[in-house]
Write a protein that binds this ligand. Structure first.
Ligand code: OAA
Ligand code: MG
Length: 643
């Protein structure tokens, strides 16, 4: 006997929260598929049932079940809850979708539906699970407690990472419950710094593939590859080509850890449903000799394709994504090398819903921190002078967003406000005499000045109030540099943004010690609190993880079709507004991650409001209360009850 256990039994309104973009007709049609399929489930109808199921699954895969139902506009953005699983409260029932042969075995092995020991007696009866589980029925809370206990036993962060990935592949809701309820503790595991180490060792620790791998071998077939992914309703893609993974450089195909990690934050921190998230790694080879010679390397064993070959593959990818998922799928570019990142953003920014997290997400989070820091140091943004070490994606991206904000605040042209911002790269201060030889994204920062080679001399000469590290090179904010900052400023603002921890320009301890406890410090990867001179200093984490989940949610829920710089400013403003007096009192310029879902809802609301204001939102009419809308859209990982 074959049973198709897949359906959506929704709450009465059939809405995924009060803001569902979902039409009733779609929902009825989806539900009826299940009724028909189960209706043919007797022995006599077995063959017919299996044909019907095949066809139904094929239809669902191709989207016709969901898409061709209604002449009215249907999905206008929003966080789709296609099967109503998240709309259902804990009291309401859903049916888990899984194809089984008179056994719940496949249900137990389906990470979207598996609840392990939390399957109730009733569910064990209804879903052929008897005997496949030991007799105990455990609550999700108890499972969380046990998992956290187990994870804390591991000595090495990488072991914790592997345990978390294993859980994600085994029981998705439990994974997200763990992550959401223990965000401060687990963020450094599923994200920076541990994810960096995981990418470096990805081939050796590789167990089950996560995400979609698109290599040069798939040229000409990318649309087919996308269709191999089991989920049809994708709303967010994070894509990397692995060439600049954090500050660790070219990790080729092993960069997959990054899109996987970023998207788990989309769901945990931003409430975007996991089934609508798609991690992708584009493998065009690697120039990393160590990996090319590593017998466990999982990617193409060739040097990187460049030029036309690269551009063609990327273009096929971008075209296929739009063709398969439509205009409103968000594509987040992540950890591309400078030479491709700026070009891809410029090329596809006008035709696709794209943003580059390293250029724009990082810029937004840093601007938020600087605006918040004004509460501690006083003055306006225009009263400050900014010096960067590192003039790549993050450096020039942040610089440009600061200049844009300054221009809006002071009505001065961008060319003028840029002059308050100075950048140092590996060859020294970026000045006009170097202009000809500079890469295009550095040219706007080539101001009139004598050449200066060393950072410390640039600090002494420019006298910045804010020093920002985006170099990808660890320990470059030396004692001399920090002391110079502290001799110029009562409260020097020092941001060491490079990731992971090994690449941070200085440690929290160094920043506080060398500035005699006067620095306002934040870093890209987390540092533990530091005790100095009998006082405890809590460093902030200036990481784009504050921004992209809320930004993405705002784009999706408004049905935005393009990302605009003003949305990044809106996100930044929303984040800065979430820093409380209590945080300031501790010297913090970012709120703690514990409240991140609330923060993301506020960011999403501001971003969506901006999308409506700019005429870039397609989900109409505009919901009245965007914060409520964002909150009601959010995925929650509590188990659903199965009928
Ligand atoms: O992933 C992170 O932690 C922040 C980021 O985008 C990067 O460093 O490339
Ligand atoms: Mg990145």
């Amino acid at each position: 006997m074959i049973s198709l256990n897949r359906s959506s039994f929704l709450n009465k309104s059939g809405l995924a929260g009060s803001c569902s973009p979902f039409s009733g007709a779609q929902i009825r049609r989806t539900a009826s598929v299940r009724v028909v399929a189960l209706g043919s489930n007797g022995r006599a109808g077995e063959r017919n049932a299996s044909v019907l199921i095949e066809n139904t699954l094929k239809e669902m895969r191709e989207g016709s079940v969901i898409d061709d139902v209604d002449s009215k506009p249907t999905v206008g953005g929003g966080v789709q809850d296609v099967y109503g699983e998240d709309a259902a409260t804990e009291e309401q029932f859903v049916t888990p979708w899984s194809l089984s042969v008179a056994s719940g075995y496949s249900l137990l092995r389906n990470p979207h539906h598996n609840k392990g020991l939390a399957f109730t007696e009733r569910e064990r009866d209804a879903h052929f699970l008897r005997g496949l589980l030991p007799p105990t029925v455990a609550s999700q809370e108890l499972q969380v407690k046990k998992m956290m206990h187990n994870i804390r036993q591991y000595q090495l962060p990488l072991q914790k990472y592997m345990a978390m990935m294993d859980l994600q592949e085994r029981n998705e809701r439990l994974f997200y419950k763990l992550l959401i309820d223990n965000v401060e503790e687990l963020l450094p595991i599923v994200y920076t710094p541990t994810v960096g180490e995981a990418c470096q060792k990805y081939g050796s620790i590789f167990m089950r593939p996560q995400g979609l791998f698109i290599s040069l071998k798939e040229k000409g077939k990318i649309l087919e590859v996308l269709r191999n992914w089991p989920e049809k309703n994708i709303q967010v893609i994070v894509v990397t080509d692995g060439e600049r993974i954090l500050g660790l450089g070219d990790l080729g195909c092993q960069g997959m850890g990054i899109p996987v990690g970023k998207l788990s934050l989309y769901s945990a921190l931003g409430g975007v449903r996991p089934s609508s998230c798609l991690p992708i790694t584009i493998d065009v080879g690697t120039n990393n000799e160590t990996l090319l010679n590593d017998e466990f390397y999982i990617g193409l064993r060739q040097r990187r394709a460049t030029g036309q070959e690269y551009a063609e593959l990327l273009h096929e990818f971008m075209t296929a994504v739009k063709q398969n998922y439509g205009e409103k799928v968000l594509i987040q570019f992540e950890d591309f090398a400078n030479h491709n990142a700026f070009d891809l953003l410029a090329k596809y920014g006008t035709t696709h819903l794209v943003f580059n997290d390293d250029i724009q997400g990082t810029a937004s989070v840093v601007l938020a921190g600087l605006v918040a820091a004004l509460n501690l140091v006083g003055g306006t943004l225009a009263d400050h002078r900014f010096l960067f070490l590192g003039a790549g994606e993050a450096g020039t991206g942040i610089a440009e967003l600061i200049a844009l904000e300054l221009s809006k605040q002071t009505n001065a042209p961008l060319e003028e406000t840029r002059k308050k911002i100075w950048l140092v790269d590996s060859k020294g201060l970026i000045v006009s005499s170097r202009k000809e030889a500079l890469q295009h994204f550095k040219k706007p920062w080539a101001h009139e000045h004598e050449p200066i080679k060393e950072l410390v001399d640039a600090v002494k000469d420019i006298k910045p109030t804010v020093l920002i590290g985006t170099s990808g090179v660890g320990r470059t904010f030396t004692k001399e540099v920090v002391e110079a900052m502290a001799s110029i400023n009562e409260r020097p603002i020092i941001l060491s943004l490079s990731n992971p921890t090994s690449q941070s320009e200085c440690t929290a301890e160094e920043a506080y010690t060398w500035s005699q406890g006067r620095a306002i410090f934040a870093s890209g990867s987390p540092f533990a609190p530091v005790e100095y001179d009998g006082k405890v200093f809590v460093p902030g984490q200036a990481n784009n993880a504050y921004i992209f989940p809320g930004l993405g949610l705002g784009l999706i829920m408004s049905g935005a079709i393009r990302v605009h710089d003003d949305m990044l400013l809106a996100a930044s403003e929303a984040l800065a507004a979430q820093v409380s007096q209590e945080n300031f009192a501790k010297g913090l310029i970012y709120p703690p991650f514990t409240n991140i879902r609330k923060i993301s809802a506020h960011i999403a609301a501001k971003v969506a409001a901006k999308a409506y204001e700019l005429g870039l939102a397609t989900r109409l009419p505009q919901p009245k209360d965007l914060v409520k809308c964002a909150e009601s859209c959010m995925y929650t990982p509590a188990y659903r009850n199965y009928r």
